[in-house]
Design a protein around this ligand. Structure first.
Ligand code: ZN
Length: 444
């Protein structure tokens, strides 16, 4: 039974629609060519595509100069073209060939440069000479090009014409937000960054998993309200937080999703609190499903958990990824491409997140209404027809644990952890007992 279904009875990969993994990858493929940054039309185009999948998605525009705590919404960056031409007029570095070639937020430039002058603005990776690195200059008033190290070494010593046709001007920072109301106004917050250009694992895998997660959640009744925010990294999360103190106060659990497309073990990064329910639910799901994974303690670095877990907010938000940022060779290079992200890995990531959220949703407290001695289970038909076999023994144990710990203090997650029984068994036992006179569901 445990092998065929998940902790809370969701279908795992074999029972899923056969094309879901392909649909996830197709979304990544569709978003891949867009040149995103922390502001600009690339973000708007990305949100327009996400909106096709998520009809309730709201797009917010926050003007340049708007304060966000210690930060300020920057000027908007627009890029039309960028190239370096040799004396023969050939484009030797061409933004149109790959958007990683241009340092993000490069200021406009037009002119002739010597080989040495140009080289001061070039970025490459000597240890990975075939790859284009990803570089940004958000707050630097700088410009530059990124290229394979081998290509850089091969540039002859001659003058080069440089054109960076960009604009940095007052505009807006754009982010997307989707609220799926539940029975309770209390919220689960899911956050993804959407500011990277043609990089597939970082950050399109997180966007695709979050989009399909939202689609799935929208189709079923929900206990919690679920809020999805699609924001440019750092400044976007800060901007959202600064405008949403009320919603922040309703967040009971949350996850930052990123780097979920690589076929590598999961990494769960704990919230700053370390013992939040999300921390326990994530660890339980990854362990129960036998998924290769590591659990890491919080650190004030990484993605936007840095902001959500800053001391003023201290939200119970963890981070789910595969290999963490900076720890895989393809990270922030042109090798983080559509081949690096695997359809089956995206699907397994989606299922892991679905299960974590399902545990949160099912994690209730009950009260044993017959707490003086053990009640007679057989008389109430609770042993079922399978008494005597292993399933029967586990089932009986689950009933006894639920009855014993349902003193109004312990949740189903507490019971699963302490009994070391699968969460799904504990949940099933609680539901069976609650259908009799023995157990009552307590309000949140
Ligand atoms: Zn990144």
């Amino acid at each position: 039974m445990r092998a065929a279904s998940s902790a809370v009875g969701l279908p795992v990969a074999p029972g899923a629609p056969p094309d879901l993994s392909e649909a996830l990858h197709a979304m990544v493929r569709r978003l891949f060519p867009i040149c995103r940054s922390i502001t600009g039309d690339g973000v708007r185009q990305t949100l327009a595509i996400l909106g096709e999948y998520l009809p309730g998605l709201q797009v917010h525009e926050v003007p340049t100069g708007t304060p966000a705590f210690d930060w300020t919404v920057p000027r908007e960056w627009t890029v039309r073209d960028a190239w370096v031409k040799n004396r023969g007029g050939e484009r030797v570095i061409d933004f149109r060939a790959h958007n990683l070639h241009l340092v993000s937020y490069s200021v406009p430039v037009r002119g002739w440069f010597s080989r040495a002058e140009l080289d001061a603005h070039l970025h490459s990776l000597p240890a990975q000479p075939a790859l284009i690195p990803y570089r940004t200059a958000y707050y630097a008033d700088a410009w530059g090009f990124c290229l394979p190290h081998a290509q850089r070494l091969a540039l002859p010593d001659e003058d080069y014409e440089v054109c960076i046709d960009t604009t940095l001007a007052p505009g807006a920072l754009t982010y997307g937000e989707l609220l799926l109301p539940g029975e309770s106004p209390e919220e689960v917050l899911i956050s993804c960054h959407l500011c990277h250009p043609s990089l597939a694992n970082d950050n399109l895998s997180g966007l695709a998993v979050a989009a399909y997660l939202a689609q799935h959640l929208a189709q079923a009744p929900r206990r919690y309200s679920h809020r999805f925010v699609f924001v440019p990294g750092t400044i976007g999360a800060l901007t959202w937080l600064s405008r949403n103190f009320e919603a922040v106060g309703r967040v009971r659990h949350g996850l930052v999703l990123a780097l979920l497309g690589e076929a590598a073990p999961f990494t769960y990064k704990q919230s700053r609190r370390g013992t939040a329910i999300i921390d326990r639910a994530a660890a339980l799901v990854l362990a129960e499903n036998g998924l290769p994974h590591a659990v890491r303690p919080f650190s004030p670095y990484g993605y936007d958990e840095r902001q959500y877990c800053s001391p003023g907010f201290d939200l119970p938000m963890g981070g789910l990824s595969r290999t963490p940022f900076g720890e895989f060779a393809e990270y922030h290079t042109s090798a983080d491409n559509l081949d690096f992200v695997r359809p089956e890995a995206l699907l397994a990531s989606l299922h892991a997140v679905q299960e974590i959220l399902a545990v949160l949703d099912a994690n209730r407290r009950y009260r044993n209404r017959s707490p003086y001695g053990e009640p007679q289970l057989g008389r109430r038909g609770l042993y079922g027809p399978v008494g005597g076999n292993l399933h029967g023994a586990v089932w009986q144990l689950a009933l006894l644990w639920v009855l014993n710990l349902s003193d109004g203090q312990h949740s189903l997650l507490d019971i699963a952890e302490r009994s070391k029984l699968p969460f799904g068994q504990v949940l099933e036992a609680a539901r069976a007992l609650a259908a009799t006179d023995l157990l009552e569901l307590l309000p949140d």
